[in-house]
Design a protein around this ligand. Structure first.
Ligand code: ADP
Length: 330
């Protein structure tokens, strides 16, 4: 009911919507409407109430409320069910639980703050309150676990496009799925699989985007390596708008990937790549390789050309880009 009242106020903007009209449309009493208005105000909505005119929405809080995400969302299933939390240990953790309970594909878990946000290999992810998009999506693709790596690259492409559309910023993608701006990390993606030998049960795509974190707000260990939309563009971006664009781009590429396979995603990925055509150091399990990042193949593996001329295929690992001046490029 509260969200329905909010919707009427949004539709009415910038005009007043009379209390009477709300009562009639929704079949509730004046007192009930007043209570819901109070509850919206306590959530941070600014609502003017004027005798004989009615209610007018004049300010929306900077929160990723499900009603905000849903307002103007252009998807059919991605982000259509939202689990919102102000504070959560980890959105991937809750998403795993929900997935095991059988929630629909495209269900989104989003938190204003993560107290135990995680990266790969159990590393931490800094997720301060209301300053980023800390979210996880539940997907149920029918594929074998071996074919899952392209999906994490697909997510990187979708977030890169969304950043371009919503914040006017073109990030680079470091293989396989880190988004960088000015050489610093803007977004991390952590994909977790629940699979049997032959078949994926579900896939959790965790995405952390640094949006409105001021440069000085990063902890000292990230000060040199992390960045945010605010730090790069000098402007605060709407997290709701950015998340809506992410969901739309994710749905677009996910459906396209199901119809046409990985190849269109890969070409788009290459347009954003800052890894290919450069000298890199790749740490993979216990081995590390230095070489030239030549290509990415149809399974998402990185093809390195080693100093001796032979090629090495790398399925997973951590890439460090060698500075351009070390490569004789500048
Ligand atoms: P992911 O695949 O999720 O990016 P990583 O292991 O690469 O996983 O990311 C975790 C690492 O990223 C941490 O060890 C830390 O150095 C760095 N990091 C943590 N929080 C942030 C953040 N908000 N922005 C940029 N880098 C971060």
């Amino acid at each position: 009911m509260r969200d329905k009242i909010l919707e009427l106020l949004k539709q009415g903007q910038p005009e007043y919507v009379s209390g009477e009209a709300i009562c009639q449309r929704l079949g509730v009493s004046r007192t009930a409407v007043w209570k819901h208005i109070q509850s919206l105000r306590s959530m941070g909505y600014e609502i003017e109430a004027v005798t004989n005119a009615g209610y007018r929405l004049i300010g929306v809080p900077d929160r990723l409320y499900p009603a905000e995400i849903g307002w103007g969302l252009k998807t059919s299933f991605m982000g259509r069910h939202v689990h919102y939390c102000e504070r959560l240990d980890s959105t991937n953790r809750l998403a795993r639980e929900l997935a095991a309970r059988g929630v629909p594909e495209g269900t989104l878990v989003v938190a204003e703050e993560q107290t135990g946000g995680r990266g790969r290999l159990g590393r931490g992810w800094f997720s301060p309150y209301a300053k980023g998009i800390w979210c996880s999506l539940i997907l149920r693709p029918s594929l074998s676990p071996l074919d899952a790596p392209p999906l994490t690259m697909l997510a990187a492409v979708a977030v890169a496009e969304a950043l371009q559309r919503a914040a006017g910023l073109k990030p680079g993608i470091k293989w396989p799925n880190d988004l960088l701006a000015g050489g610093r990390k803007l977004c991390g993606i952590l994909t977790e699989l629940d699979a049997e030998v032959e078949k994926v049960n579900h896939l959790i795509v965790g995405i952390g985007v640094n949006v409105n974190i001021a440069p000085g707000e990063f902890p000292p260990d990230l000060a040199e390596t992390a960045t945010s939309v605010l730090a790069v563009t000098g402007r605060r971006a709407s997290r709701v708008r950015l998340l809506q664009e992410m969901l739309a781009a994710l749905e677009y590429w996910y459906l396209r990937w199901q119809k046409e396979g990985f190849s269109p995603v890969l070409s788009r990925w290459k347009e954003y790549s800052v890894t290919l055509g450069r000298a890199v150091l790749v740490t993979s399990h216990r081995e590390s390789y230095e070489g030239w990042a030549e290509d990415v193949d149809e399974s998402g593996s990185l093809i390195l050309r080693l100093p001796g001329g032979q090629r090495q295929k790398i399925c997973s690992g951590e890439v460090s880009l060698r500075p351009l001046h070390d490569q004789g490029l500048i």
